[in-house]
Design a protein around this ligand. Structure first.
Ligand code: AMP
Length: 216
């Protein structure tokens, strides 16, 4: 099954994508993670993307469409995938439709995670990740059971994203409302859109998503 998680930064897309990976074996496809990996590796497009990401703006459609196009060729996606952070605007959504159709694939469901803007700033500014396994945590909402030790892998190093600061978050939210929110209408017209309450607790959000998955 192929899913798309749609929602502003901090809506919980990454958290829920990881749960879906664990529960169903679908593979998370996060263009943000791919761009951060490219930036850390210092590749040509990684260097270009890094500066754009630090400003909270969108990396060029050409780059992200090429990354996703290549990723969709990999053989590990046969049980399904979860798109997280792509598409981010209507031209990317149109390109995705073409990429999927040319591979005989389709989206089974688009899940919009609706969250209030005020909650997002708090959610984003407190988040951090295990450097070893990538498990996500939050200063207020989800701390490791033992302080300083990852629940999942026992790792002791954690990282915070460079673009999770108040100023960059504000431009990321602005970009979301201007460029990404129109995708709600786009997928509404296609008949694949399901809107869930992203303000609920993490387990409740996961339950709502499971219902959509069962019905898809
Ligand atoms: P994310 O991890 O999804 O919050 O993405 C972090 C940053 O990566 C964004 O603020 C953008 O600068 C860039 N990015 C991720 N996905 C895309 C995309 N589909 N199109 C353009 N830029 C993207």
């Amino acid at each position: 099954m192929n899913l798309l998680l749609l929602g502003p930064p901090g809506a919980g897309k990454g958290t829920q994508a990881k749960r879906l990976e664990d529960a169903h074996g679908f593979v998370q496809l996060s263009t943000g993670d791919m761009l951060r990996a490219a930036a850390a590796a210092g590749t040509e497009y990684g260097k270009k993307a890094k500066a754009v990401m630090e400003r909270g703006e969108l990396v060029s459609d050409e780059i992200v469409i090429a990354i996703i196009g290549e990723r969709l060729e990999q053989p590990d996606l046969k049980d399904g995938f979860i798109l997280d952070g792509f598409p981010r605007n209507v031209p990317q959504a149109e390109a995705l439709d073409k990429l999927l159709a040319s591979r005989g694939l389709k989206l089974d469901a688009v899940i919009e995670m609706a969250v209030d803007d005020e909650a997002l700033i708090e959610r984003i500014s407190g988040r951090f990740t295990c450097s070893s396994c990538g498990k996500g945590y939050h200063d207020k909402f989800e701390r490791p059971a033992t302080e300083g030790v990852c629940d999942k892998c026992g790792g002791r190093e954690f990282t915070r994203r460079a673009d999770d600061n108040a100023q960059t978050v504000r431009s990321r939210l602005e970009v979301y409302h201007k460029q990404t929110a129109p995708l709600v209408g786009y997928y509404g017209e296609q008949g694949t859109l399901n809107t869930i309450d992203g303000m609920a607790a993490i387990d409740d959000v996961a339950r709502q998503i499971e219902e959509v998955v069962k019905a898809a």
